[in-house]
Design a protein around this ligand. Structure first.
Ligand SMILES: Cc1ncc(COP(=O)(O)O)c(C=O)c1O
Length: 380
């Protein structure tokens, strides 16, 4: 049997990793400015994380949601503190798509409405509802086609108003559009959107799966705009590589048995991985580090004359070069041994490194990037 080949893969096999460094099967070292698609938050194989997860696994790896799982409450306490969403409820699942699936379903249950407004160039995942609110017909199967999803333009409140009616359960928006090429909602737009949702009795769902969990220098990207969401979806960085997804839910939305459910979600091992991740984040102030390193990287990159546009906040940075981004990405990987992300639709390299990157690692990236684009190195 062979694997079902749905990915374009590099001819590289990573066998070991520590912090922001990857090692392949031939012993070659790489700098990780991709974090396995924004998943590695506290660095690969962080010591406390490895110890905590190993201990949990040797004690109790899994039992179902039919019994009390105190690790869920422990995680909720950490999340309350670090996110500032003190009175919200936590529901745990296994992936980003599943988090959005649950968020949308919950909004529809709560409002008893059936439509959703989503944004052009969005990405919310590949399961049924998540892909239906994703603006990419290529990944939607005929069964996903629906007239329940309405499409608005990012940063254009009139386009949202034109679609709003009393059957709109929710508006779903990414904290920062990631796959769409690091496109930023403005503060004015986010405030208008919040107000419009409140007036219309629709829920505001913010997908923080890529932009959240400290990556932008605040716990959630939407907190830069001083707005509150009704439901926030999370995954990727939440457990540093262990598959965990979650939603935070406005306390006005009351849980009803059977409304949401999952076999694996919130299991002992997943929770332990998430608890260790958040503890390491708190202890090392990685949210602050993301802000600091992101600012530093952007300052240096802004001196590169081969860059057409530079977008992002903290450690989610979109670099749109004047030349071909795909070729530059390959050059960074094969000539300079640096992994980065990519948004093909807007010719953009996406930097989503672990939040623990050091200044030395940021400098290594800058040096490689300037060399790869034939630009003089910025002075220190
Ligand atoms: C903003 C956003 N939402 C949802 C998802 C889907 O997450 P998952 O692949 O864990 O289902 C992604 C994945 O890239 C994402 O970037």
């Amino acid at each position: 049997m062979h694997t079902f080949e749905v990915y374009k893969v590099y001819p590289i096999s990573i066998v070991k990793a520590k912090g922001c460094e990857l090692t392949d099967s031939e012993g070659k070292k790489y700098l990780d400015f991709y974090g396995g698609h924004g998943v590695i938050s506290i660095g690969h194989c962080q010591d406390d994380y490895v110890k905590g997860v190993a201990e949990q696994l040797s004690t109790l790896g899994f039992y179902s949601n039919s019994v009390q799982i105190p690790q869920q409450e422990e995680l909720a306490i950490h999340l309350t503190k670090i996110s500032g969403y003190t009175d919200y409820k936590l529901f745990l699942c296994n992936s980003g798509a599943e988090a959005n699936e649950n968020a949308l379903k919950l909004a529809s249950f709560y409002t008893n409405r059936s439509k959703v407004i989503a944004f052009k160039h969005s990405f919310h995942g590949r399961t049924s509802l998540a892909v239906a609110v994703t603006d990419n017909p290529k990944i939607q199967a005929p069964v996903n086609e629906t007239d329940k999803v309405l499409w608005a333009e990012l940063n254009n409140i009139e386009s949202v108003k034109a679609l709003m009616d009393n059957d709109v359960a929710a508006v779903i928006i990414e904290g920062i559009q990631g796959v769409g090429g690091v496109q930023m909602p403005t503060t004015e737009f986010m405030k208008q959107l919040r107000e419009l949702c409140t007036q219309n009795g629709s829920l505001l769902i913010v997908d923080e799966i890529q932009s959240g969990y400290g990556r932008t220098g605040k716990f959630f990207a939407h907190q830069h705009h001083d707005v509150k969401a009704d439901i926030i979806s999370m995954a990727k960085g939440i457990a540093n590589g262990f598959p965990v997804g979650a939603i935070l839910i406005n306390p006005e939305i009351k849980a009803v048995f059977g409304m949401l459910g999952t076999t694996f979600g919130g299991n002992h091992l997943g929770c332990r991985a998430a608890i260790e991740t958040v503890k390491v984040m708190e202890k090392n102030n990685y949210v602050e580090n993301a802000a600091k390193m992101g600012k530093y990287l952007k300052e240096k990159l802004s001196l590169n004359k081969e860059i057409k546009d530079l977008r992002g906040e903290g450690l989610i940075i979109g670099v749109e070069p004047k030349g071909n981004a795909s070729e530059l990405r390959d050059k960074l990987l094969f000539d300079y041994h640096i992994f980065t992300g990519f948004s093909g639709s807007v010719n953009t390299i996406r930097l989503i490194p672990p939040l623990c990157i050091t200044k030395k690692e940021a400098d290594m990236f800058i040096e490689a990037f300037f060399k790869a684009t034939n630009q003089p190195l910025p002075t220190k």
